[in-house]
Design a protein around this ligand. Sequence first.
Ligand SMILES: NC(=O)c1ccc[n+]([C@@H]2O[C@H](COP(=O)([O-])OP(=O)(O)OC[C@H]3O[C@@H](n4cnc5c(N)ncnc54)[C@H](OP(=O)(O)O)[C@@H]3O)[C@@H](O)[C@H]2O)c1
Length: 350
Amino acid sequence: MYPIPVAILGATGAVGQRFVSLLEQHPMFQVAALAASDRSEGKTYAEACRWILSDPMPAWAREMTLLPCHPQAMPEAKIVFSALPSEQAKIVEPAFAAAGFAVFSNASAFRREPDVPLLLPEVNADHVHLVRHQRLVRGWSGCIVTNPNCTSSGLTVALKALDNAFGLKRVFAVSLQALSGAGYPGVPSLDILDNVIPYINGEEEKVEWEPRKMLGQLKDGSIQVSTAAFSAHTNRVAVSDGHTVCASVELNEPVTPAQAAHVLSAYQAPEAARGLPSAPDPVIVVREESDRPQPRLDRFTGKGMTTVIGRVRPDPLFTLKFVVLSHNTIRGAAGGSIYNAEVLVRERLL
Ligand SMILES: NC(=O)c1ccc[n+]([C@@H]2O[C@H](COP(=O)([O-])OP(=O)(O)OC[C@H]3O[C@@H](n4cnc5c(N)ncnc54)[C@H](OP(=O)(O)O)[C@@H]3O)[C@@H](O)[C@H]2O)c1
């Protein structure tokens, strides 16, 4: 059965490069095709891609020829990892799903669709079964499974642990988001050097809604979205990788920081999401130091898949406040998508 041949759409971008790097020697998946825009089509990956990761570009990828993003161009692949901009994803991803491919999307285009899983396996691995309903409704032999926006990823892991233990009522969150979250070349240097930009198009709406879908319950083929209330501010800062979120939460009962820290560090993923190659180990690390987590020091915890939390303390307006850090192009994008695919394969939904 293994390795399963996979393709990467948008392979030359910030997220696409993470896919290429993380899929090197993956025990379940092998890259059979790389695709990007018609600007890159026909070039080798080494020619078309401005490689921005510190690990070298894998030798097997260098000479691969970039294909167009069409299902007919890559018949051997069964799984498609999509790192396309949302506008292209809206058209391209359904074409692949209809042609029988399992599509794992990083784009926002389908996250709100009621029959599309918004998957964070440590939180809601059972939501993957929504693809059965999706296939019935849409008549696809393939499927689309999405991952959340990169700021919601680590935040939702933290919230799930607290919601399970104490019940979650309200969340107030302020993000400090890294530059790689805007793709490559992303934000112009003269806009961001010596600066903070207090606006990211569409981001606050995503952070205020996506966690509610992931914290919701799957019942009779649909998700009952969590009733927790959210308010978010999202900001771009001059950090290369790693999104920081400062969160205040109101819980259903009084909770001390020590109780919360214990619950957070003991949190386990659901059974279906444990022991897979990309499963974070541990799911959450709680730092004791008063000045952690920090992106530069903590973003690669658990190979970039672990959520790092610190500064858990009382909040004068809410129950508690704390700081969450997660790697935006690994846990928040490519690593998260690969983990989603591993769950789908384990659950025999491919
Ligand atoms: N960066 C993050 O941390 C992050 C996290 C979560 C989700 N996402 C989402 O992931 C997706 C990719 O983000 P990114 O940051 O990797 O963006 P990016 O660096 O701008 O890369 C975009 C990729 O899409 C390709 N592309 C652009 N227009 C295309 C078209 N018309 N047809 C086919 N391919 C096209 C580009 O190919 P060329 O090189 O040929 O132009 C490139 O490979 C977006 O939907 C984004 O919102 C990003």
